[in-house]
Design a protein around this ligand. Structure first.
Ligand code: EPZ
Length: 438
C-alpha cells in the first residue's frame, strides 16, 4: 500500500503541467468499440483508471496499446474482433466508469453483458438513466446475478433513435447514450444532457469517426444515426480537475505557480471562486494560468453544480483551501450523497469543520499540524495532500492508490515546483487489493 510522506510549509513556485483528462479518455476509449478500424487517442493520462479501461477492453478481445510506452502518451485501440462482449465484475467493481462500454457494445454487436457497477465511497452510483435510455432505443434489458444483460431483437438488428429526456443530469449517461445513438437507426434527440467538456470530447471523437451530432456541450443534443463509423485520431483535452487542483495548491501554499497545458475556458467557475477567496489569478493565454496568493485567503461559499457550475470533483480540494481562509465558508455538495469522507481526516489535522447533511461549515484560518491520514477516494486524496502541503511537520498520507487512479505522477509534478513529497512503496508494484472505487 503506497504512502506519501509530505513535509508542509513550502510555497509552490514554478510551472506545473496538466495531463489529459481522465474523464474524457475513459469514454473515448469505449467509443473505439463502435468501429472495426483503429482509433488513436493522444494525450492520455498515465493513471490507474486508464489502465483498468485498457484491461477491460482487452478482456473483450480488443488490442490496446499502452500509452506509457510512447512520448505522445497515445494509445491505438483496435476492436476489430470483440470475441467476448462482457464487462466482468472483477474489473467493473474497481471502476464505475466501466459502464461506459454498455452503449457502444449494444450499438456495435447488438448485445452486451456488463456487471452492475455497484456503489463506491462517494455514493450509490446507479446507472438507471443509462438503462432507461437504451430501452427507449430498443434494447431489451434484464438484470440477474449482478449483471446487466442487454440485447437488441435479432429481427430488428439495431438500436433505433428515440427522444430521451434525462430525469437527472448524468455525465456518463449522456456519453453512453450518445455513443449508442451514433450507430442507431434514425434520429435521436436527447434533452437535459450533461454539458461537461468531457461530453464535448466524446462528441468530437465520434464526429471524427463519421457520426452526425449537433448540440454537444448544451442541454440538447441531436444525433442522426449512421450505418457504420470509421477510425480516427483524436487528442484528449487537458484535465480541468487536475488543473483546478494545482490552482488550489498554489493558493493554499502562498505560492506563485503557473499551471500550463490546461484549457482556461474550462476553468471559469474554479477561477472565479479562487479569486473570491482572495487568490490572484492571471490568464497567460488559452492554455496557462498563474496563481498567487496576495495577502490572506478569505472565506467564500461553494455549492457544487453540474458544469459550468462549481464542479463536485473540486469540492474536497476547495475545502482544504477553506480551512486556511479567514472566516466561515459553507461547502455544499449537491451531486453525491457521501462526498465528505475527507472531512474527518482534515479535522484530525486541526481543521475546524462541522457537517450538517449536505453542507460543511469550515472555520478558518486553522493551524494544521502534520498527521498520519488515510485516503478514501480519488478527490479526498487530493484534499489531504493539499492540507499536508501547509501542515506543520511531516504527514504520512496512506492508500494513495486512490490518488493514482486520476493523477499522473503527482509526487514528481509537485516536487518539481518545490513541494517536499516522496512516495513510500512502488507505484508499479503488483496491484494492491483495491477497495470499491469511485
Ligand atoms: C462523472 O461520473 C465523473 N466520472 C465523476 O468524476 C464526476 O464526479 C461526475 O460525473 C459528476 O460530475 C467520469 O466521468 C468517469 P453522474 P458519473 O452520472 O457520470 C446520479 C472523478 O472524481 N445518477 O453525472 O458516474 C448519480 O447518482 C469522478 O473523476 C443517477 O441517479 O456521474 C449522481 O448523484 C468521480 N442515475 C448524479 O446523478 C444514473 O443513471 C450525477 O452522476 C446516473 C447518475
Amino acid at each position: 500500500m503506497d504512502k506519501f510522506v509530505i513535509r508542509g510549509g513550502n510555497p509552490l513556485v514554478g510551472t506545473i503541467r496538466v495531463s489529459g483528462a481522465k474523464n474524457s479518455a475513459l469514454p473515448c476509449m469505449a467509443a473505439a468499440i463502435l468501429t472495426e478500424d483503429e482509433v488513436i487517442l493522444e494525450n492520455i493520462p498515465l493513471v490507474r483508471d486508464i489502465d483498468t479501461q485498457r484491461r477491460l477492453l482487452q478482456s473483450m478481445g480488443a488490442e490496446v496499446e499502452r500509452p506509457e510506452f510512447n512520448a505522445q502518451h497515445s494509445t491505438t485501440i483496435s476492436c476489430r474482433t470483440l470475441s467476448e462482449p462482457v464487462a466482468r465484475y472483477e474489473i467493473v467493481k474497481t471502476m464505475r466508469a466501466s459502464s461506459l462500454v454498455l452503449g457502444p457494445l449494444i450499438a456495435r454487436t447488438g448485445a452486451a453483458r456488463v456487471a452492475m457497477p455497484g456503489g463506491c465511497a462517494i455514493g450509490g452510483r446507479p446507472i438507471d438513466l443509462h438503462l432507461k435510455g437504451l430501452e427507449k432505443m430498443g434494447a431489451a434489458i434484464t438484470q440477474e446475478h449482478g449483471y446487466i444483460e442487454a440485447r437488441v431483437d435479432a429481427r430488428v438488428g439495431r438500436l433505433h433513435g428515440a427522444h430521451i429526456v434525462f430525469d437527472k443530469i448524468t455525465v456518463t449517461g449522456t456519453e453512453d447514450l450518445l455513443m449508442a445513438a451514433a450507430l442507431a437507426e434514425g434520429e435521436t434527440l436527447m434533452e437535459n444532457c450533461a454539458r461537461e467538456p468531457e461530453v464535448c470530447d466524446v462528441a468530437a471523437l465520434l464526429t471524427a469517426m463519421g457520426a452526425e451530432i449537433s448540440g454537444a456541450g448544451t442541454a440538447t443534443i441531436h444525433v442522426r444515426g449512421v450505418s457504420s463509423l470509421h477510425g480516427a485520431r483524436y487528442r484528449i483535452s487537458p484535465d480541468r480537475i487536475e488543473a483546478g487542483t494545482f490552482l488550489a495548491a498554489g493558493a493554499i501554499t502562498d505560492g506563485d505557480l503557473i499551471v500550463a497545458n490546461c484549457n482556461t475556458a474550462h476553468l471559469g467557475a474554479v477561477i472565479t471562486k479562487l479569486e473570491e477567496a482572495g487568490a490572484r489569478l492571471d490568464l497567460l493565454g488559452p492554455d496557462a494560468v498563474r496563481v498567487r496568493a496576495h495577502g490572506k485567503l478569505r472565506a467564500a461559499d461553494i455549492s457544487t453544480e453540474e458544469y459550468p457550475g462549481f464542479p463536485t470533483d473540486m469540492q474536497a480540494q476547495y475545502m482544504a483551501l477553506a480551512t486556511q481562509a479567514e472566516g466561515v465558508s459553507l461547502v455544499t455538495e449537491n451531486i453525491f450523497e457521501n462526498r465528505f469522507m475527507h472531512v474527518q481526516e482534515l479535522v484530525r489535522m486541526g481543521a475546524s469543520i462541522k457537517v450538517d447533511t449536505s453542507t460543511a461549515t469550515v472555520r478558518g484560518p486553522a493551524r494544521l499540524s502534520a498527521a498520519a491520514v488515510m485516503c478514501s477516494d480519488l478527490r479526498a486524496s487530493a484534499s489531504l495532500v493539499l492540507a499536508a502541503l501547509v501542515a506543520e511537520g511531516e504527514s504520512v498520507v496512506d492508500r494513495v492508490y486512490h490518488m493514482d487512479r486520476g493523477y499522473e505522477r503527482i509526487e514528481q509534478k509537485l516536487s518539481g515546483v518545490g513541494a517536499q513529497i516522496q512516495r513510500l512503496g512502488n507505484l508499479f508494484a503488483p496491484r494492491e487489493a483495491e477497495s470499491l472505487a469511485g
